[in-house]
Ligand binder design. Structure first.
Ligand code: GRF
Length: 216
């Protein structure tokens, strides 16, 4: 039985689309049952609808500053659809500890940097400014502190001398689209154990390679 997953978005939804595409495979252990946006104009909503996925909007601006009222509405929606796991995919709202606790070890996020480096926004510009030679993306569990939960998977890209934020973002995004569905599959299949704040991953074989930049 596929696990029931909701994807929460605020914008273009390319990671959401990657999750939807992967979940079409009958062997994928999760199904995307709901796409929820806090922004009525999120472009990803139309993509989800055209893929036949149920969509909903919980507009955070309606609740004003009452974050818990917004979250209670989200929670009701998730419960109404029997959701078991939540994937944040470009969802631009921070949650209160109340909501995070409800989804403890069942809510994951994709972040466009190799955590714990470059938490927060504008990660590609900050990576370029810092002069790092390797950048990338991380999938992690959501905890009350932003971009801080146990890391499930990371993918790295070389930073090239002539990279701009746009070229670097595009290379990292391709990695995001690969690691997010893979991380969700591991979670839904029950292959992740969190021990002392670190994720142990079972059921994956093969050795990881090296990425050395410049290629010396
Ligand atoms: C991605 O870069 C993701 O890592 C970050 O927000 C962006 C969302 O892009 N959290 P998309 O909406 O999935 O295309």
């Amino acid at each position: 039985m596929k696990k029931r997953v909701a994807v929460l978005i605020s914008g273009r939804g390319s990671n959401m689309a990657a999750l939807i595409e992967a979940a079409k495979d009958p062997a994928f252990p999760a199904g995307i049952m709901l796409v929820l946006s806090n922004r009525p104009a999120a472009a990803g909503l139309a993509i989800a609808r055209s893929a036949g996925i149920t969509t909903a909007v919980v507009d955070h601006t309606v609740q004003g500053k009452d974050r818990e009222a917004f979250e209670r509405q989200l929670q009701e929606m998730l419960e109404a659809h029997g959701i078991e796991f939540v994937c944040l995919a470009g969802f631009m709202r921070l949650f209160t500890p109340w909501f995070v606790a409800r989804w403890n070890e069942r809510m994951i996020n994709i972040h466009p940097a190799l955590l714990p480096a470059f938490k927060g926004l504008d990660t590609h510009a900050r990576a370029l400014a810092a002069g790092v030679k390797i950048h990338g993306a991380s999938v992690h569990f959501v905890v009350p502190d932003m971009d801080c939960g146990p890391i499930i998977a990371q993918g790295a890209a070389a930073v090239l001398d002539d990279d701009t934020t746009a070229t670097l973002a595009a290379r990292v995004l391709a990695i995001e689209h690969r690691i997010y569905p893979a991380a969700l599959a591991l979670l839904a299949a029950g292959h992740i154990k969190i021990i002392d704040g670190r994720c142990r991953i079972e059921g994956v074989t093969g050795a990881a390679g090296h990425l050395i930049v410049p290629p010396i």
